[in-house]
Design a protein around this ligand. Structure first.
Ligand code: DX5
Ligand code: ZN
Length: 219
């Protein structure tokens, strides 16, 4: 069943020199999750942050820390991100080598397990994973950078995954990441999404604008 819409600002678009304050500001502005984009310069063509930063941010928010691992392999870092205070750990099957093993490890660490699919990866990839995951993250841009345009063709994939989730009968977040603005937020929700990642659209206009930016996305 589609759950109420939750907004997950991606701190990739925050001011990195004031990351703690920025996380505090989106928390006060009504965000639901804090989306942390972890990149390794290998699985994706960009480098961002590691477990030490997640640990440093943890005291700045009581919100769900939603950690999106765009790193290959992810397994050697799962324990460190869990200890740092992540609540959800999302891994890409394309990052290899064994997605099911990664999910098992995340759950053994007592965290929620997410699987993320790149734009070129079919929904079918979830056939033998859906009963084990807490979140599915559909990439609506190719991973690596904020500020890209939403790939409309991914809406069909969101619809297909909505059906899979409903059939499973379990509570699974359906999250969409990349190019979310007021228009694409509406399209993603209509297709069945219930968590929207938004970097550019949350952080534009400075801290005074965050609450209105988040409210507008929620619709
Ligand atoms: C891309 C990241 C996204 C991205 C979203 O690899 O996973 O979270 O930063 O940024 P916007 O909302 O600016 O498209
Ligand atoms: Zn992300």
């Amino acid at each position: 069943m589609q759950q109420p819409v939750r907004i997950a600002p991606s701190i990739l678009s925050a001011d990195f020199a004031r990351l703690g304050e920025e996380v505090g500001a989106i928390t006060a502005a009504g965000a639901d999750y804090v989306h942390v984009d972890v990149m390794d310069g290998h699985f994706v063509p960009n480098l961002t942050i590691g477990p030490m930063v997640v640990k440093a941010l943890r005291p700045h928010t009581h919100l769900v820390m939603d950690v999106h691992l765009m790193i290959s392999p992810a397994d050697p870092f799962l324990d460190a991100f869990a200890e740092a205070g992540a609540d959800i750990l999302t891994v890409h099957p394309e990052a290899g080598p064994h997605i099911h093993r990664s999910i098992q490890r995340i759950k053994a660490l007592g965290k929620k397990a997410g699987v993320s699919l790149n734009p070129g990866t079919p929904a079918k990839m979830l056939d033998y994973l859906i009963d084990d995951v807490d979140l599915v993250l559909v990439m609506s841009v190719n991973p690596g950078f904020g500020g890209q345009s939403f790939i409309t063709g991914q809406l069909k994939k969101i619809e297909a995954i909505r059906k899979m989730i409903d059939k499973s009968g379990r509570t699974i977040d359906l999250e969409v990441d990349g190019g979310i603005d007021v228009t694409t937020a509406r399209q993603a929700i209509d297709a069945g999404a219930d968590v929207l990642v938004a970097g550019t659209a949350t952080f534009r206009g400075g801290a005074d604008a965050y609450a209105a930016n988040i409210a507008r996305l929620r619709g």
